[in-house]
Ligand binder design. Structure first.
Ligand code: C2E
Ligand code: MG
Ligand code: MG
Ligand code: MG
Length: 282
C-alpha cells in the first residue's frame, strides 16, 4: 500500500511539480528547509554476488518525504538541489548517515558490507571533498574500505587531470570508487584506463533491453568482458528478471542489483534482510 502511494506521488511529481514554475519555486523553498525538518530518508538497495547469491553491499538512495506532496523522487529534486547548491549540505548528510548506519550494522554483528553513496557533480568538485569525507569516516568510525563512492562518466571526464588526482587521493585512503550508469556517458577508453576505479556499474537501460534488443545484449557482454580484462569489478544495474540473471551469469558478470533481488528498502526492512543473510536464509 505504501508503495502504491509512493508511486502515485512519483508520477504526480514528474508530471506536474517541476514543469509548473510556481510549484518549482515552492519546492525550492521547501528543499531549503528539508534538512533541518528531517524530511530526508535513506533507503538501501542490496547488491549481490550473483555467482553464489551472497550479499556484498548496498547502495544508499535518498528519499524526500515532503509534507504535502508525499514521497518525491531524487530524479526530481537532486537536479534542483544541484542548481541551488543545496546538494553540498544534502550530500554531506547522505554520507554521514550512510557511514554511521553501516557502522551500526557492523557493530551489531550483522554481515560486514560495503555501502555505496552517489556523489553529485558539485559535491565532487568541492575543493575539500577528501578532507570532508575523511572527517565523516573518522566521526562514524567506519573503515574507509567499507565506503564506496559512485561517480558518473560526465563527472570523471570534466577536467580529467584534476579528477584523477582527487580519485587517487581517495584511493590512497582506502575509499572505493565506482562508475555509475556506465555506457550512457562519453568517457573514452583511454581515460578509463587512467582513472583509478574499483567497479563499473552497467547502466540499467542496457539490462532493461537485454531480451528485446540484440545490440543491448552485445553492449552488456562487451562491458563485462572489458571490465573482467581490466580487473575491474562489474555490477549489472536494474536486474529485473530471471532471464536477465541467466544471461549475466553466462557472460561472467559477478555482481547484480535490481528489483529481481530487492527494491530499495527503508532501514527496518533492510535490517530484516541482513538478519536473514546472517542466518543463511535466502
Ligand atoms: P542510480 O544511482 O543509478 O540508482 C539506481 C536507481 O535505479 C534507483 O532509483 C533505484 O531505485 C533504481 N532501480 C534499482 N533497481 C531497479 C530495477 O530493477 N528496475 C528499475 N526500473 N529501477 C531500478 P532512485 O532511487 O529513484 O534514484 C535515482 C537516481 O537519483 C540515482 O540513480 C542517483 O543518480 C540519484 N540519487 C539517488 N540518491 C542519491 C543521493 O543520495 N545523492 C545523489 N547525488 N544522487 C542520488
Ligand atoms: Mg548509483
Ligand atoms: Mg548515480
Ligand atoms: Mg545507476
Amino acid at each position: 500500500k505504501e508503495r502504491e502511494k509512493g508511486q502515485r506521488l512519483y508520477r504526480h511529481t514528474r508530471d506536474e511539480l517541476m514543469n509548473d514554475p510556481l510549484q518549482r519555486l515552492e519546492l525550492e523553498h521547501d528543499l531549503r528547509k528539508a534538512l533541518e525538518r528531517e524530511e530526508f530518508e535513506l533507503y538501501y538497495q542490496p547488491q549481490y554476488d550473483i555467482r553464489n547469491n551472497r550479499l556484498i553491499g548496498m547502495e544508499a538512495l535518498i528519499r524526500w518525504n515532503h509534507p504535502k506532496h508525499g514521497m518525491i523522487s531524487p530524479v526530481q529534486f537532486i537536479p534542483l538541489a544541484e542548481e541551488t547548491g543545496l546538494i553540498v549540505a544534502i550530500g554531506e548528510w547522505v554520507l554521514r548517515t550512510a557511514c554511521s548506519q553501516n557502522k551500526r550494522w557492523q557493530d551489531s554483528g550483522l554481515p560486514t558490507l560495503i555501502v555505496s553513496v552517489n556523489l553529485s557533480l558539485r559535491q565532487f568538485q568541492k575543493h575539500n571533498l577528501v578532507g570532508d569525507i575523511l572527517g565523516i569516516l573518522r566521526e562514524s568510525g567506519l573503515k574507509p574500505h567499507y565506503l564506496e563512492l559512485e561517480i558518473t562518466e560526465s563527472m570523471a571526464m570534466d577536467n580529467v587531470d584534476r579528477v584523477i588526482r582527487k580519485l587517487n587521493e581517495l584511493k590512497y585512503w582506502g575509499i572505493r570508487i565506482s562508475m555509475d550508469d556506465f555506457g550512457t556517458g562519453y568517457s573514452s577508453l583511454h581515460y578509463l584506463r587512467k582513472i583509478p576505479l574499483h567497479k563499473l556499474k552497467i547502466d540499467q537501460s542496457f539490462i532493461r533491453d537485454l531480451s528485446t534488443d540484440p545490440d543491448s545484449a552485445a553492449i552488456v557482454s562487451t562491458i563485462i568482458a572489458m571490465a573482467n580484462h581490466l580487473k575491474l569489478e562489474v555490477v549489472a544495474e536494474g536486474v529485473e528478471t530471471e532471464e536477465d540473471l541467466r544471461f549475466l551469469l553466462q557472460q561472467n558478470c559477478a555482481h547484480g542489483q535490481g528489483y529481481f533481488f530487492s527494491r530499495p528498502l527503508p532501514i527496518g526492512e533492510f535490517e530484516r534482510l541482513l538478519h536473514r543473510e546472517r542466518a543463511g536464509i535466502r
